[in-house]
Design a protein around this ligand. Structure first.
Ligand code: APR
Length: 246
């Protein structure tokens, strides 16, 4: 039995014994769906400076420039489909072993895979929001002819996602904190765990005695501090094998 097989058995045992399992996911879980992550080689922030393109002040000051990047990201996300990692978390929920997913992703792939309790910590790319009147529209129905797209009120539309410099939607923050505080296992999948307050969730769970199971090809600030089981590898490989053991 390989070291990873042993860790998979230990992770499955921890999940089977748990009362409440919660997952925290990041961009890494969608890499195998063709959506680049933000950090690391080929990361989106290697190509675009996040402070120039993903900060709310940049969108306000240069809406056309930021919308050109957003449209590029939109085409990547629009054609993406759930991969075996998303499908495995949905299967885990159906088997009764996963209560909620806290995702930092805006690609809606967890819901498309069939997961029903998904907390969208950084909002969703499936809606556009008016920066003037606050009205929200389903983004699929809004053909973006001109950039920046505008609301009937004349205001500029933005994806209903959390830009740097913006607060986390309060309902998502409260729900994520509650789920993190009351779980006894947290699966942390595909996140570099460097962006707060999302990266605080594993610490909230750990403080209350939860076990932290981390799935990532790379180590993160969690790996040698609060992670109990580090399953090193891609989510699309590890999660199906883990759920097969449940
Ligand atoms: N399977 C699992 N993890 C993977 C895979 C894979 N196939 N490929 C890459 N990873 C890991 C990387 O090793 C990295 O640790 O996914 C992580 C991706 O990290 P980031 O790109 O920083 O993404 P994320 O942690 O979600 O970023 C958090 O930062 O820019 C903001 O709002 C943005 O939500 C995002 C937040």
């Amino acid at each position: 039995m390989s070291k990873l097989d042993l860790l998979l058995q230990q992770a499955a045992d921890a999940i089977r014994l748990a009362r409440r399992v919660v997952a925290l996911t990041g961009a890494g879980i969608s890499v195998e769906s063709g959506i680049p992550a933000f950090r690391g080689t080929q990361g989106l922030w290697e190509k675009y400076d996040p402070m120039e393109y993903a900060h709310i002040d940049a969108l306000r000051a240069h809406p056309e420039k930021v919308w050109r990047m957003l449209l590029e990201l939109h085409t990547l996300v629009r054609d993406a489909r759930p991969n075996p990692a998303h499908l495995s978390l949905a299967r885990m929920e159906k088997k009764g072993y996963l209560r909620a997913i806290i995702t930092q992703n805006i690609d809606h792939l967890h819901q498309d895979a069939g997961s029903s309790f998904v907390i969208e910590f950084h909002g969703t790319g499936h809606r556009l929001a008016c920066m003037s009147c606050g009205e929200r529209y389903p983004s699929q129905e809004m053909e973006v002819e001109e950039i920046p797209p505008r609301c009937p009120c004349g205001g500029i539309l933005k994806p209903d996602v959390v830009f740097f410099g913006e607060p986390i939607p309060w309902r998502a923050l409260i729900q994520a904190q509650e789920e993190s505080k009351h779980c006894d296992v947290m699966l942390v999948v595909g996140t570099s765990a460097v962006v707060a307050p999302a990266c605080d969730m594993p610490y909230l769970a750990k403080e209350r005695g939860a076990r932290i199971l981390e799935i990532n090809p790379e180590e993160t600030p969690l790996t040698h501090t609060i992670t109990d089981l580090f399953l090193q590898g891609s989510a699309g490989d590890i999660l199906p094998r883990l759920v097969d053991l449940l």
